[in-house]
Write a protein that binds this ligand. Structure first.
Ligand code: SAM
Ligand code: DTB
Ligand code: SF4
Length: 341
């Protein structure tokens, strides 16, 4: 598989998009709202039809997440247990050692992961020995034959380039919500800052992973605007994580009510229809969903899960239960793409 194809798809999941499929970048808010509010089963049917046309193998990618630098973050993201200013019980830790990260990556690969995502509770990346270590981690993960993803906060152009040179496949940087709602959730940076980092990632030739969180107290319109912003990018994000808020005690959003499954399904299905070629990732929030709800998300177009009992700091379903669910539903995990390594 060519480098260009890798940087576009993030994973060789299909040979070529079907010719009848149009990938649009000119969606209107009305169109997005009309999709989002379709009768649920009609929306799911539409999304599954597009999904099957694009991803003929209908597999789910298993990804592994590791918090390489936990807690003590200077930002005020009101959903986040890692912000230093909230009393959530998350202890600030130092950056993990390269060897320790690569051991975890090796275990994740043995357990079936084809993508390894490293998260750091940083506002932004600072040049120096810590960033140099992250570059070593990226090289090591790639050498293990997995896609390497990182989420480290804001990046400069040269940092994005250095990550690319180290072999980084994808960079995760979520828009989280609409531009209008952003200021109610985070005050220590702007939506523009987020978009600028995404632009630098794109220009460096790294595949873009960007999505959001639902359940932050946003309106239906905010949710549609988030999807619209993602879908009207000049190039769609290759990867779109959809998170349901994990309401953590001590954060300002601790009291938010649980996201309803139907809302999660609508968001995933709409993302699938707007960005047909993207990997849509059913991310945080699976602990609050039963198995049938998770299967409905996959029917609606989600084709990736994070496995392992922990996301970054919060819980995730047990590995054996996840594997049993996929097994009984006859859903195959996406195999490693050996052609690339
Ligand atoms: N510090 C970097 C940043 O903010 O971009 C990277 C790590 S940050 C924890 C990665 C993403 O996790 C956030 O953008 C947010 O979308 C998601 N996230 C954090 N806390 C969450 C929560 N309680 N529920 C759901 N998603 C959450
Ligand atoms: C994403 O969109 N979700 C993942 C990953 N990208 C980095 C993170 C979810 C974090 C949930 C809260 C926690 O465990 O700390
Ligand atoms: Fe820090 Fe990222 Fe959490 Fe915001 S989401 S507080 S930037 S770790």
């Amino acid at each position: 598989m060519s480098d260009a194809a890798e940087s576009f798809h993030g994973h060789a999941h299909f040979a070529a998009p079907p010719p009848e499929l149009t990938v649009r970048h000119d969606w209107t808010l009305e169109e997005v709202r009309a999709l989002y509010t379709l009768p649920l089963l009609e929306l799911v049917h539409k999304a599954q039809t597009v999904h099957r046309a694009v991803f003929q193998d209908n597999k789910v990618q298993l990804c592994s997440l590791l918090s390489i630098k936990t807690g003590g973050c200077s930002e005020d993201c009101s959903y986040c247990p890692q912000a230093a200013r909230y009393k959530t019980g998350v202890k600030a830790e130092k950056l993990m050692a390269v060897q320790e990260v690569l051991e975890a990556a090796g275990k994740a690969r043995a357990a079936g992961a084809t993508r390894f995502c490293m998260g750091a509770a940083w506002r932004e990346v600072k040049d120096g020995p810590q960033f140099d270590s992250v570059l070593e981690m990226v090289k090591g993960v790639k050498a293990l034959g997995m896609e390497a993803c990182a989420t480290l906060g804001m990046l400069t152009e040269s940092q994005a380039q250095r990550l690319r040179s180290a072999g980084l496949s994808a960079y995760n940087h979520n828009l989280d919500t609409s531009a209008e709602h952003y200021g109610d959730i985070i005050s220590t940076r702007t939506y523009e800052d987020r978009l600028n980092t995404l632009e630098r990632v794109r220009r460096a030739g790294i595949s873009v992973c960007s999505g959001g969180i639902i359940g932050l107290g946003e309106s239906l319109e905010d949710r549609c605007k988030l999807l619209l912003t993602l879908a009207n990018q000049e190039v769609h994000p290759e990867s779109v994580p959809i998170n349901a808020l994990v309401a953590v005690e001590g954060t300002p959003l601790a009291g938010q009510k649980r996201v309803e499954t139907v809302e999660m399904v609508r968001t995933i299905a709409t993302a699938r229809l707007l960005m047909p070629l993207a990997m849509v990732r059913l991310s945080a929030g699976r602990m609050q969903m039963n198995e049938e709800a998770q299967l409905l998300c996959m029917l609606a177009g989600a084709n990736s899960l994070f496995f392992g009992e922990k996301l970054l700091t919060t819980g995730n379903p047990e590995y054996t239960r996840d594997m049993a669910l996929l097994e009984k539903a006859g859903i195959q995990p996406l195999a490693p793409d050996v052609s690339r390594e």
